[in-house]
Design a protein around this ligand. Sequence first.
Ligand code: GTP
Ligand code: MG
Length: 201
Amino acid sequence: MARRSNTNKNIQAKLVLLGDMGTGKTSLVLRFVKGQFSDYQESTIGAAFFTQVLSLNEATIKFDIWDTAGQERYHSLAPMYYRGAAAAIVVYDITSSESFERAKKWVQELQRRGNLNLITFLVANKVDLEEKREVGKEEGELYAKENGFSFLETSAKTAQNVNELFYEIAKKLAKAAPSQTTGMKLHIRQQESGRRFFCCS
Ligand SMILES: Nc1nc2c(ncn2[C@@H]2O[C@H](COP(=O)(O)OP(=O)(O)OP(=O)(O)O)[C@@H](O)[C@H]2O)c(=O)[nH]1
Ligand SMILES: [Mg+2]
């Protein structure tokens, strides 16, 4: 019989999506948050903000999602969005080698300037367009492995691996969070009641 856990953690985590324009960052987020997809998704201006709550057995994760704009002219804004982030998703499009090269640049930038404990996924999107594939799965997988990132191939269009992606991140966040409980069993005097585990360190 399932026992109700009294060690449930409430975790609020900042998540950022980075990657070339048109790779499907907004589409992945909209698939996850709203269960929707549009063939005519507009290019993001600056950045867009979304929230979504995901419940696991061991924790409830509230994602604060920053969906950045891939157009080069917005590049200088990116640090604002990945600073203090607990997790990052670097997206490329399997039909564009150029977007894979751009993803590698993001990986390097995160390694130079991102949080050391950042949970990072390299995501190869648009796997529904297999006939137009320019970047092999092994290529992406290998690059992710070499850099200590997790890797997934997704399709925002068919929803393949999209929920899995966010669940994987949630599980890693739950694992990384201190085991001390918050939220569920708080004492009024406890000073850290409003603290975000992943903010601003
Ligand atoms: N076939 C297919 N098309 C996709 C997929 N994901 C996104 N698209 C399409 O690709 C185009 C770009 O998607 P966006 O989600 O706007 O890409 P983005 O990375 O947010 O782009 P920027 O906001 O400019 O950085 C849109 O026309 C989407 O419909 C996918 O998995 N499969
Ligand atoms: Mg976008």
